[in-house]
Ligand binder design. Structure first.
Ligand SMILES: C[S@@+](CC[C@H](N)C(=O)[O-])C[C@H]1O[C@@H](n2cnc3c(N)ncnc32)[C@H](O)[C@@H]1O
Length: 323
């Protein structure tokens, strides 16, 4: 029944042994940081579809967990922000990928005098059963792995991330999403799924899976074009447009009225009073945008005032806000 998980392992065993430059191509720029020199082999083995590294998450030497290591590029970027032995833990289920990334860290050592391979601890393990203690991680990340999982496994993988994170810890995810109906034939094609092409969920379903696990705050940090599955190449009657998203899910307590999901909306008060106060924690100064979550956007819009503007979602939320 879970043959697709075995197919996935086989696909990434091959991708570990023979780098496949086009496997998960992305338009996300690779971080340029002072004194960080990225080995070419890591760029060739960049099998992600966005970035999970954000300096805002990485203050005070956080303990970082990265699941699905690939060629190790993001682990090297994370270790830039925690230069302690074992500060970054990488988990992967494919032996060959663990070996390839360990070799790549040795190359990284020769190019980056500040870097030591032992900043990173590699562990063999499955995203569905992490070899990590409860409440021990500040920042957990996965890039382009969870989209491969079917619903039951995705739920389990998210539960595992929630379990290992400390309270207020952050899960950073990068995955393809698709707001059209993915044809069944494609969804059930194990190889396409393993290649991150046909497992994508609609954005709202993806976010709901995450909030249902208990993450109280969600930030949608980026949304970018990813792929077209066209009838001349795939078993589909129409073009299927896939995007990639970068999401941060914070293990904040769940608010009684539901999660705060920031999609990049802001409210602007343009009335004649000194300020506008919704008596629910949001004070708007005249003509100054306040970033708000979708729940607050809905509540403010429901007031039907003609002196409040609610901007549409940008899907590029970058911090600040109401909750
Ligand atoms: C699409 S690649 C992404 C690699 C890396 N995150 C990146 O951005 O380049 C998926 C990674 O997940 C690993 N993987 C596949 N199934 C896994 C599982 N069940 N648990 C942990 N890792 C898994 C693969 O070996 C591979 O390293």
């Amino acid at each position: 029944m879970n043959d697709y998980l075995e197919t996935t392992k086989a696909v990434y065993k091959k991708a570990a042994e023979t780098p496949d430059v086009g496997l998960c191509c992305t338009t996300t720029p690779v971080w340029q940081l002072p004194d960080l020199e990225m080995p070419k082999i890591m760029l060739d083995m960049n099998y992600g579809c966005g970035s999970t590294v954000n300096p805002r998450d990485l203050v005070n030497n956080p303990t970082i967990l990265y699941v699905g290591v690939g060629g190790g590029m993001e682990l090297l970027q994370f270790s830039y922000f925690n230069r302690n032995k074992g500060g970054v833990i990488g988990v992967d289920v494919v032996d060959e990928m663990l070996t390839a990334s360990a070799n790549n860290f040795k190359v990284a050592e020769t190019l980056n005098p500040w870097f030591q391979s032992d900043f990173i601890t590699l562990k063999k393990g499955d995203a569905l059963q992490l070899p990590i203690e409860d409440n021990s991680i500040d920042v957990a990340a996965q890039n382009c792995l969870f989209n491969i999982f079917k619903e039951e496994e995705l739920k389990q993988a998210l539960k595992e991330m929630f379990r290992v994170l400390k309270p207020h810890g952050r899960l950073v995810l990068s995955d393809p999403i698709c707001d059209q109906d993915m044809p069944e034939a494609l969804k059930n094609d194990d190889t396409l799924r393993a290649l991150c092409l046909s497992g994508s969920l609609p954005l709202n379903d993806y976010i709901k899976m995450i909030t249902d696990i208990g993450f109280g705050t969600i930030e949608i940090r980026a949304k970018r074009p990813y792929r077209i599955l066209s009838p001349n190449h795939y078993d589909t009657a129409e073009n299927i447009y896939i995007e990639s998203v970068e999401v941060c899910a914070i293990k904040d307590p769940m608010p009684v009225d539901g999660p705060c999901v920031f999609t990049g909306k802001s409210a602007i008060y343009y009335g004649t009073e000194e300020y506008f106060d919704d008596h629910n924690g949001h004070v708007l100064m005249p003509n100054q945008p306040l970033a708000i979550c979708d729940k607050t956007a809905g509540a403010l819009a429901a007031l039907n005032r003609d002196d409040l503007f609610i901007s549409p979602s940008t899907y590029f939320y970058d911090g600040g806000g109401c909750c």
